[in-house]
Design a protein around this ligand. Sequence first.
Ligand SMILES: Cc1cc2nc3c(=O)[nH]c(=O)nc-3n(C[C@H](O)[C@H](O)[C@H](O)COP(=O)(O)OP(=O)(O)OC[C@H]3O[C@@H](n4cnc5c(N)ncnc54)[C@H](O)[C@@H]3O)c2cc1C
Length: 413
Amino acid sequence: MAKILVIGGSLGGLFMANILLRAGHDVNLLEKATGSLDGRGAGIVTHDALADALREAGISVDDSLGIAVSKRITLGADGNSLGEIALPQIVTSWSRLYHLLRENFPNERYLQGKNVKSVLQDHQQVKVSCEDGTSYEAELLIASDGIRSSVRTFVAPSIQPEYAGYVAWRGVCDESHLSQHTLDTLFDYFGFCLPKGEQMLGYPVAGPGNDVTLGKRRYNFVWYRPASEDKELKNLLTDADGKYFPLGIPPLKVSWKHIASMREQARKLLAPQYAEIIEKTSSPFLQAIYDVRSEQIVFGRIALMGDAAFVGRPHVGMGVTKAGDEAMAIAKHIQALGATPAALEAYSKERLSLGQQVVARAQYLGRYMQAQGRKGTVDGRGLKRNAETVMAETAIDISDLLAAGKAVPESQY
Ligand SMILES: Cc1cc2nc3c(=O)[nH]c(=O)nc-3n(C[C@H](O)[C@H](O)[C@H](O)COP(=O)(O)OP(=O)(O)OC[C@H]3O[C@@H](n4cnc5c(N)ncnc54)[C@H](O)[C@@H]3O)c2cc1C
């Protein structure tokens, strides 16, 4: 049994902590936030590997994991179908996964209000100090502390998030608020709408209390829109009182003026079904889209995983599955080699290039939106996307492509 610290109590950290605890280790998890993290996420596309990671974390996976969608559809600006493909998938919500993982992990090991401020290591152990004056020692430290990982700033300060040139407006709309027309033509599908240089997508998710009964569900949407870094992004990240949030604006702080303007644009650019969903979503929020590509994910007794290691733009729909995969890989190598730097090196060998491939594929899928933000200067390749390719390539299971090293089509290199 080894003493292991996990930093970050979101989905990645919870996968890791649950899996290691089940393997018999003495695991403590340090999370900066106090209270429940619920309410931070919206929809999540699942893949087979996600179910594997949940099982390894000790969670039984059944039909209640999410909602089954059978087909994808792209709507034109007039609301009519531009094309459809059959692609069965289970879509769920961040909140559903968080509850499953959190309830499975003992409270006394999930330590909150622990903002990691420094990390030191020697040949024997790692020592972590938190802002509240507490400190912890362990044989290994696994950091799943997100895109702006504090641990990463200690071990690899040069790895920084890079803005992709566009933002995602997100939100969830109650099924019961929607017109029969939108329910009949869109609600049950993984839907898209593709205004020039932009992308709207959405799918049904559970309603409050993870209720998946008809009439109680919600529709989750993500609308990608170009925004120049210096002007538009800064403006969007500034609240109605003029306060600027460079690292991301809290959902309820998004200016009502920006929401009003976004809704107006939705009426002009999107299929009426999507415009209705956006109109009836009470608190749309927005996130800037970033890439994080690490050249190194293991530093002696410290490993980076989840969004701390790699962030692929959400078009790949892989963030949570990737975190689950990485957690399984770390646990497997600790099982084989003990809680040693060698085990973490074996994890790096297995996952470094896969993580880099996920980032590359996500960049490929988002390149045409990035091109709008930079006035078409992105090398002219792969900028045109039609409904068929977007439906066939977005948020699909790419495990075979990753294994073959072909996450990005050769023609796109
Ligand atoms: C628009 C959008 C759509 C997405 N859609 C999907 C999808 O369809 N499918 C999918 O799989 N993924 C999706 N993702 C990505 C997914 O949300 C993440 O990849 C996933 O949650 C893994 O993140 P993580 O646990 O590593 O980090 P995070 O979820 O960022 O959590 C990091 C945790 O670390 C804590 N922390 C940070 N600093 C410290 C510190 N100093 N000390 C202690 N704790 C700290 C934070 O409070 C937080 O709880 C999407 C993301 C976006 C933006």
